[in-house]
Design a binder for this molecule. Sequence first.
Ligand code: PLP
Length: 225
Amino acid sequence: MNIAANIESIRQRIALAAASASRNAEDITLVAVTKTVDALCAKEVLNSGVTNLGENRVQVFLDKYEALGSEPTWHLIGHLQTNKVKYIVGKVQLIHSVDSLHLAEEISKKAEAMGLCQDILVQFNISGEESKSGAGADEAKALFEKLSCLKGINIRGLMTMAPLGASETETRSVFEGLRLLSDQIAKEGYENVSMNHLSMGMSGDFEAAIREGATLVRIGNALFK
Ligand SMILES: *Cc1c(COP(=O)(O)O)cnc(C)c1O
C-alpha cells in the first residue's frame, strides 16, 4: 500500500470532478477516514499533507488521539451514543453525525460546561433507507427550530450517506436532496446555523458528491488499498 501515491491520485480525481462541475478544488476538503488503519498509517497520511482525519468510533478515535494528539484536524463521522459525548467534545473539531435533538442537546451541554462551542453537522437520511441513521428531511424545520436554541453548538452544515449499492442516479439524487435541504435551511437564518458544509461522498461516490456540491469528502478504502 502506497499511501502517498493513493492520496495523490484521489487529489487528482477531486480536482477533475471539481473542474467538471465548475468548482474550485480548494473548496473541497479531503477527510481521510483512518478507521481501518493504525496510528502509524494515520501518521503517514499526515506526513503526506492530509491534515483532516475521520474516525467513526469513539474508542478508536481516542486511541489515535492518544498517539497523534491535536496535530490532525479530527472529524467524528460515525454514529455517536449520547453517553460517549463526554469523551470527544473539545477533542474533535467537527462531529458529522448528529442525528437527533437528544444527541445535540447532550453535546451542547457538555461543550457549555467546558466553556466551548462544538462545531457539528446534522446528519440526514435522505434516501429513507431504514438501516441508515439520520433525521428525516421532513423533520428538518421542527428540528432546526429547536437546535437553534442550543448555546453550546455551532451547526456548520449537513451530512449524508448514499445507500449501499445504489445506482448512480439514485446516489446523485440523494446528494442533490441534501444540497436542496441545506439551501432551504440557510434561508431560515437561524442564529447558530451557517450552512457552510455538505459532508457527502466516500471512496465509491465522491465524484458524484462533488458534482452536487460536497465540501467535505470522507475517503477511506481508496487511500489504503
Ligand atoms: C467508513 C466511512 C467512510 C469511508 O468509506 P470508504 O468507502 O472507505 O471511503 C465515510 N463515511 C463514513 C460515515 C464511514 O463510516
